[in-house]
Design a protein around this ligand. Structure first.
Ligand code: BGC
Length: 423
């Protein structure tokens, strides 16, 4: 691995600023640097290892604080406990509006105070800058961009039946019903609220269009939330329940990803972090699987930006210095490239050479440039994790209920959103 871009001049300047002599370096460098995250799938573990190695090159000893749980729901709760007891880790995987929520508690370090962020405006696109900025201060370090509105197609099964990629929901149902008639599982779900909601998100984008999707899930506009388009989106969502089977209920996305790549199902809705585990298993984009935008969402990019916040460590210059190195490592071109190649994402920086990335990532990068970009509400880009958790549960209850109607769930969503957003 190439050494990250931390110039000796930079390090020396920072050490001096922080009042540390270079002589104290070795001892200080051994301080473990605790990082909370929820990367626990095979692909995610490999990606995390890239982070560990890059930090090691810069003398930071990564201390793992991994919490299993889809989309980070579990991690946030554990982090809250640690923060309340006054012992937060050095860094934590926090993204979207949660960054501002943690900042309101006065616990986060301002990145500008740790290190020079002068180049960020040039190297990161505006959505990324906006995502990590609170009150004109950078409060988190962006590392990568995942696309959420993907439909994955199993090449072997699609080839076997000479099927064309479904572009519309109508084509999707025709393809899925055909496969079911041949005894092939058309679609695999891991049967958890987070995955149900992720599927609903793509349907909402396709049925509402980007403007109304933003009005509903970013601005919480009550009229749009209770609109007939929203009711239609829920009805369409429910139609996909016919492909769910009891044995997959509660299995989780690792399981869904594995059964898809092992040719047990033809299609899967999931963000492109799912590719990480396929890469580890030696599977190749376009060869073993294909990526297309979820039906009806061509031209739209539902984004999910991974980032880390740093907790204030005012009492320790060593920890602050290590935090500075952590930030510099994470924004370096080398780390952003190496990490995203393994993670299945694209780098948050847009000034990097993407040769060596797989075709789905290249497609993602091209679409990120040209498409309408919407924040993924199921991945915390538009809502805090608390709001997201509540909405996710409601969406999933509806999906799995035999009695709840689309009209009723829309009404419940309206009431819920009012309660969640009232001050
Ligand atoms: C995170 C990804 C992660 C995925 C599944 C998403 O919310 O942004 O980094 O791989 O959850 O764990």
């Amino acid at each position: 691995m190439k050494k990250n871009m931390l110039s000796p001049l930079y390090l020396t300047a920072n050490l001096l600023t922080l009042g540390l002599g270079l002589g104290s370096c070795n001892n200080a460098m051994a301080t473990p640097f605790e990082v909370l995250h929820w990367w626990t799938d095979q692909g995610e573990l490999h990606a995390k290892q890239v982070l560990v190695e890059h930090l090691k090159v810069n003398n930071i000893e990564f201390e793992d604080f991994a919490i299993v749980g889809e989309g980070g729901g579990g991690a946030i709760h554990v982090l809250q406990m640690r923060a309340l007891s006054g012992t937060p880790p050095e860094a934590a995987q926090i993204k979207g509006p949660d960054i501002a929520e943690w900042n309101n508690l006065g616990m986060l370090a301002e990145i500008d105070k740790l290190t020079d962020t002068g180049s960020w405006q040039q190297v990161f696109p505006q959505v990324v800058i906006d995502d990590v900025t609170v009150d004109q201060q950078y409060m988190a370090v962006p590392i990568n961009i995942h696309r959420v509105n993907w439909l994955w197609l199993n090449t072997k099964i699609f080839k076997q039946f000479a099927l064309a990629p479904p572009q519309t929901w109508k084509e999707f149902f025709t393809t899925a019903d055909f496969l079911a008639s041949k005894g092939v599982k058309p679609l695999v779900f891991g049967g958890t609220p987070w995955q149900d909601a992720l599927l609903f998100e793509s349907i909402a984008i396709s049925e509402l269009g980007t403007e109304k999707y933003i009005q509903a899930f970013v601005d919480f506009n009550h009229d749009v939330i209770s609109s007939s388009e929203m009711i239609n989106a829920f009805k369409l969502f429910k139609k996909l329940h016919r492909y769910a089977s009891p044995e997959q209920q509660g299995q989780g996305w690792f399981w869904a990803s594995e059964s898809f790549i092992n040719n047990q199902a033809a299609m899967l809705f999931m963000g492109d972090w799912v590719k990480g585990s396929w890469t580890v298993a030696g599977k190749k984009a376009m060869q073993d699987y294909q990526c297309i935008p979820a039906p009806g969402t061509k031209g739209v990019f539902s984004y999910n930006i991974d980032s880390f916040v740093l907790f204030k460590k005012l009492h320790s210059v060593v920890e602050q210095r290590n935090q500075a190195i952590f930030v510099e490592t994470l924004v370096s071109p080398e780390f952003q490239t190496d990490f995203s190649k393994v993670k299945g994402s694209i780098p948050a920086r847009t000034d990097l050479d993407l040769s060596g990335f797989d075709d789905c990532s290249l497609q993602s990068a091209a679409d990120f440039k040209s498409n309408v970009k919407v924040p993924s509400f199921t991945q915390n880009m538009a809502t805090s994790s608390h709001q997201q958790g509540q909405m996710t549960q409601l969406i999933s209850n509806y999906f799995n209920s035999d009695t709840l109607t689309a009209e009723e769930v829309v009404q419940q969503l309206g009431v819920m959103v009012k309660a969640l957003t009232s001050k």
